[in-house]
Design a protein around this ligand. Structure first.
Ligand SMILES: [Zn+2]
Ligand SMILES: [Zn+2]
Length: 333
């Protein structure tokens, strides 16, 4: 960057005679009492009250005389106040701009120190023991010989009917067989658009009684709605309208119920597309139940058809029973 920067005066207060707001570059000594400037006590002026350092040439941060503490230009080989040499001195420390700094973060109170609570450990140990005990209780079983007291089954077929369904979707994802489509403009999402930038001046201590300003900018955004076409439409779809059922009361052996006369009014011959009102068989469901008893206790088990067929009324069944009293129906084979 070209050194066309504007330099501004840092300020300092004379500790000897109390003169305030002396200029860091122009007043190397107090104009009232002649006291040398203390470079560690320099400060930034209030924003808006900055004084430009005219014709300032930046040659580097000042060095501080080890004998009389005076700040000296980086270009000076000897102290302008007492004539001591530059050798072995250090550049003055730079000052941070507190006016621009963010407020101090609120101190989060530290959590209270953990007290030694012996009894908590005992409670935790007891709970762990209890959990282990419960797991044992629920997982261990004992073998019993039970008798089949009752058997039942149920089978069900859903009957579906082709019907007109209303729905809506973004117009780029409307199903191909939709009809009666109407369009509306609706907000689909939001997008972030650039909206200028937020800037502030950073003030940087150059260490020679002056500071410079640097413009810091970050891009700013605002959200904007994004509109798209929303489609409302009708579409013909299969829906469950009723179910046909069969069960133990009709037959001892499981059979599928008759679907009855379905309205198979298909459009387009073998295309499989149903006209509104046409019907077909849908999902099937079956359940098989064994009621088992032993020693005056009974258990109801949902089992597979093969297990159910294997055990007739009055048959004996090896059954695993949990210590809590429940039957392990999954163990039935
Ligand atoms: Zn003074
Ligand atoms: Zn000196």
């Amino acid at each position: 960057m070209a050194e066309q920067e504007t330099y501004y005066e840092m300020l300092w207060d004379c500790p000897q005679c109390g003169t305030l707001g002396l200029l860091g570059d122009s007043h190397r000594h107090c104009p009232t009492c002649g006291t040398a400037q203390d470079p560690t006590k320099r400060y930034f002026p209030k924003p808006g009250e900055e004084v430009e350092a005219k014709n300032h040439q930046f040659v580097g941060a000042d060095w501080r005389c080890v004998y009389c503490n005076s700040p000296n230009s980086a270009a000076a080989a000897f102290c302008t106040n007492c004539g001591a040499g530059k050798d072995g001195t250090k550049p003055v420390a730079l000052v941070a701009d507190t006016a621009a700094a963010l407020p101090e973060p609120v101190a989060v109170p530290a959590p209270p120190p953990q007290r030694e609570l012996g009894w908590v450990r005992w409670v935790l140990a007891a709970l762990a023991l209890l959990v282990v005990g419960l797991i044992f209780l629920f997982s261990s079983t004992k073998e019993t010989t039970a008798t089949v007291a009752q058997r039942s089954w149920a089978r069900e077929i859903q009957i579906e009917q082709m019907g007109r369904v209303s729905d809506s979707a973004w117009c780029d994802s409307v199903p191909g067989d939709a009809y009666g489509v109407s369009r509306n403009r609706e907000q689909r999402s939001t997008r972030q658009v650039a909206d200028g930038q937020t800037c502030h001046d950073e003030r940087i201590d150059k260490g020679d009684g002056t500071f410079v300003k640097r413009r810091e900018c970050t891009p700013r955004y605002r959200s904007e709605p994004v509109y798209d076409d929303r489609c409302r439409y009708s579409v013909n779809r299969w829906r469950s309208v009723r179910a046909v059922k069969a069960g133990t009361q009709e037959s001892l052996m499981p059979v599928w119920p008759s679907a009855g006369n379905l309205n198979a009014n298909f459009l387009g011959g073998n295309s499989g597309v149903g006209a509104i009102g046409s019907e077909r068989q849908g999902a099937r469901r079956e359940t098989y139940v064994l009621v088992l008893s032993a020693n005056g206790k009974t258990w109801t088990c949902n089992v597979s058809e093969s297990v159910w067929s294997k055990y007739q009324d009055g048959a004996t069944v090896p059954l695993k029973v949990h210590l809590t009293g429940g039957a392990d129906c999954a163990s039935l084979q």
